[in-house]
Design a protein around this ligand. Structure first.
Ligand code: ZN
Length: 219
């Protein structure tokens, strides 16, 4: 069963809660899927049951069309946050990592055509492989976080939190006006361009802040 752990394999004394996510937070990614840039962040939730450990390798659904990787900067909530301001938002966050917002892209496209919610395309069991955590203080600059994803040795995604339409502190503040954020909740901050399909056997490496490597594979 998944538990929050540090990169040193220490278990953090925080329960696993909900995963609050944002769609289309990088303009280049919105464009690649032919979506308009939203006026306000598009939020959705992945349940705790969707989380699995990234580093152990993960399985993907085999019979529901394409499963896309969306590599995202993840942050961990350490204190209850309700209607907080962006100025104070970092005080509620203790750690950062990488997550894959796995998406059943064919299923999602059909749901979007019908204007239905995306939950079954993004909230299924195993839909959120999540890396081990590093303290925010380990990042070279928390306002300038690079994220990259390599598949079978080839770079597929590369972005930086400075390219986000809504910055991490503003995103946390906005989320906290709708959902009370509780200790152990996880926030995914959107994916840069370059999303694409995964297949069993793919070898993955995500790199956070140009220095922290997360390796995984599709089982
Ligand atoms: Zn995403």
């Amino acid at each position: 069963m998944y538990q929050h752990q540090t990169q040193q394999n220490q278990t953090l004394d925080l329960p696993l809660g909900k995963v609050v996510c944002v769609g289309r937070n990088y303009a280049e990614h919105a464009k690649e899927l032919g979506n308009e840039i939203p006026d306000a962040p598009i939020l959705f939730i992945k349940p705790a049951t969707s989380v699995v450990s990234l580093e152990n390798g993960f399985a993907i659904p085999q019979d529901q069309g394409s499963v896309h990787h969306e590599a995202e900067i993840a942050v961990l909530v350490c204190k209850e946050a309700k209607s907080i301001s962006a100025d104070t938002a970092w005080q509620y966050i203790s750690h950062a990592s990488v997550a894959l917002d796995l998406t059943l892209r064919d299923v999602q496209s059909k749901l979007k055509e019908k204007s239905h919610p995306w939950e079954i395309a993004k909230g299924f069991d195993g839909a959120c492989p999540l890396g081990k955590w590093l303290p925010i203080s380990a990042l070279s600059n928390k306002e300038h976080i690079a994220i990259e994803l390599f598949k079978n040795g080839e770079q597929k995604q590369s972005g930086n939190s400075t390219q986000m339409i809504t910055s991490i502190p503003h995103l946390i503040a906005y989320m906290s006006t709708i959902f009370t954020l509780q200790p152990g909740d996880v926030i995914l901050t959107g994916t840069p361009a370059g999303v694409g399909p995964l297949e069993s056997g793919d070898q993955l490496k995500a790199v956070l802040d140009k220095q922290f490597n997360f390796t995984s594979q599709v089982l």
